[in-house]
Design a protein around this ligand. Sequence first.
Ligand code: DGY
Length: 436
Amino acid sequence: MLSLLKSLLSRSTSNTRIQAQQLLRDNSEDDAYTVPTRVLYPFQWNWDSCFTSLGWVTFDEDRAWAEIASLLKGQCRSGKIPHIIFHKDSESYFPGPDIWQYDNPEMKTSGISQPPVLATTVRMTYERCKNKEQALSFINSIMPKIFAYHRWWHERRDPHNTGLVATYHPWETGRDNSVEWDEPIKAVPLDDLQPYVRQDLATINPAYRPTNEDYDYYVALLQLFKTHKYDQIKLYEISPFKVADIGINSILARANSDLLYMMTLCDSSEEDRQTVLNWLDMQAKAFEGFWNSDRGVYQSINLITGEKLDFVTSGSFLSLWSGLIPFESASIMASTLENMCHATKVLVPSLSADDAKYDRYRYWRGPVWAIINFMIYDGLKIYDQKLLADQIFNTTRTAIKTYGFKEYYDPVSGEGLGGDNFSWTAAMWLYWLDKK
Ligand code: DGY
């Protein structure tokens, strides 16, 4: 009886694996890049692709590296890797390249970036792949590009060397409508807002998406950037929305450590290695500024007012993934996380259920995201918080197994929400959760 049960379980696990692999193949374009989901997001997204390469490496190493190569085709001369690469035309997404009008001679792209997980996912892809020789030769060829990308963040988004890099747009944080941005975004003037039409609401329940008010601000910011020709240093001075996102800063710190590790495998110069060490050193010193001892978490900072954005979000726990924080703070945060999850079946809600703004269905204001869970899980492991890490692993796994590869999940029921057949959720299954 027990062996029958075991064989049924392992058969259903391998079925989910086959479905996840098929999903990535179905979302693949030209054998080169993966759309996050068809219709809603029909192009290549920066951090989506990085996480998706982790899924590919489990069954097709060449395709994993092709994903990264395609992403880098959109890299700007300044080093920035844009958040969207418009390899082909599509009418089903707003705002497309004609709205961005971003002058990138390499490729049609958006004009902002996204959380810089690239160096970390390249390292993870390398560690999982079998053909190390081929991988190292590719990594050697892209190392200057990754270095240039990190330089872009540090020089263009932290021109005064404070150790805190700024973001000018909620879309850049990847956590678009997180409550953290509600107050700072109000400083964006809406007087000159040009009319626009959203496309996302044609396919997704509006109750699961950012509101029209949120979109007004997103589009007004885009229009402002266009007026200033996306001049990053100028925008550092004048952007009405300027935030040190705990997510981006944690992800960049971790990526700097992983870049440094890969530099030891490649032909990087001592001078470049020293530069990365200096960035990390600056970040380590600045990180304490994110800490809120009353709440027991790290929090984003509004760089215009200097105030902390006082919420407990899943972004707060990305500080664990940075590897930069003291063990003592990590253990305080583990308790904060446990308290935050008391009413949830699936960890980790994107906003504490105790918060008045919590909404279990609406995008980054409550729902659970597999990629965020993966980073928090990995971060908890760094700090020996194994029980909590396992709880995240198990509840994420059950939600995906029950409801399929959705964009995000209701923390209360576990039900899948948002876009269907979502690439990074399938990739997280293959790379992280496909274990039992
Ligand atoms: C969107 O369009 O919803 C994206 O999150 C922006 O990248």
